[in-house]
Design a protein around this ligand. Structure first.
Ligand code: PEP
Ligand code: MN
Length: 264
């Protein structure tokens, strides 16, 4: 990982480990749910708590997030547990609110990365910030769109950047919700070797049973971190119920990943 200078810099600046482990629910649902999962995660390898509060759903009529109210819950979770926080921002208004409420890391979702206009607006809203920003790949397997989003952020002098590989949608059915197409992430890594590359196995898998294998593959490919959807009652989650794992499962996965790494 020696060549990952930039990652080390912002990981070090934030006092974080390598690989970076981000965990937490797909969506913030209630204050109680956010605080409970944060307390369950605080003594695990996860150092950053994720929770979506603005949820871009593909079809209308589903839970679209609690909105700005959730920012207070994230702040409280940080105060009580010391975990850093991250949430998805999808427009400049989200950026403004997230910065105001001291969210530590922002991420840009797959449905936002497809739109150069909105990416540019977000980059302009963040111009010159030290705040770490993680850019998910676009929903479609288009490396240029992903690169374009990274370039727009760099051009806006956003220094602490990273990318998240969450797989690519395809009309054809497969065992994955979103196909990994690892070569696209590897090409991006080759183009920007200093850019931290984080795996989101949850949205690739769409199910629980292959999360571990995806994490192992990513670590074998020299990824720098994992973002894993984690819920204390996955079956009853308000979004992405099938793919979320419990904190106990996350702990087990992290243990097994280390054992496998030591053996190999
Ligand atoms: C999420 O992280 O819950 C999410 C909506 O992800 P994506 O943008 O990868 O679909
Ligand atoms: Mn999700």
């Amino acid at each position: 990982m020696e060549n990952k200078k930039e990652l080390r810099n912002w990981l070090d600046a934030f006092g974080l480990d390598h690989p970076l482990v981000i965990a937490g629910p797909c969506s913030a649902e209630t204050e109680e749910q956010v605080l409970k999962i944060a307390h369950q995660l605080k003594d695990t390898d996860a150092t950053v708590l994720r929770a979506g509060i603005w949820k871009p759903r593909t079809r209308p009529g589903n839970f679209e997030g609690v909105g700005a109210l959730g920012l207070k819950w994230l702040q409280k979770a940080k105060e009580e547990t010391g975990m850093l926080t991250t949430t998805e921002v999808a427009n400049p208004h989200h950026v403004e609110l997230a910065l105001k409420h001291d969210v530590d890391i922002l991420w840009i979702g797959a449905r936002t990365t497809v739109s150069p206009f909105i990416i540019q607006e977000i980059a302009d809203a963040l111009k010159g910030t030290d705040k770490p920003v993680l850019i998910k790949n676009p929903v479609n397997p288009d490396l240029a769109l992903w690169l374009g989003a990274v370039e727009r952020m760099y051009t806006a002098d956003i220094k602490n950047l990273g990318v998240i590989h969450r797989g690519f949608s395809s009309y054809e059915k497969s065992k994955y919700r979103n196909n990994p197409e690892w070569q696209i992430a590897i090409e991006l890594q080759n183009k920007f070797p200093d850019l931290p590359l984080i795996l989101d196995p949850s949205h690739i898998a769409g199910r629980r049973d292959i999360i571990f294998d995806l994490c192992q593959t990513a670590l074998d490919l020299n990824f720098d971190g994992l973002m894993v959807e984690t819920h204390w009652d996955p079956d009853n989650a308000w979004s992405d119920a099938k793919q979320q794992i419990t904190p106990e499962t996350l702990v087990q996965i992290m243990k097994d990943l280390k054992i496998r790494k030591e053996v190999s």
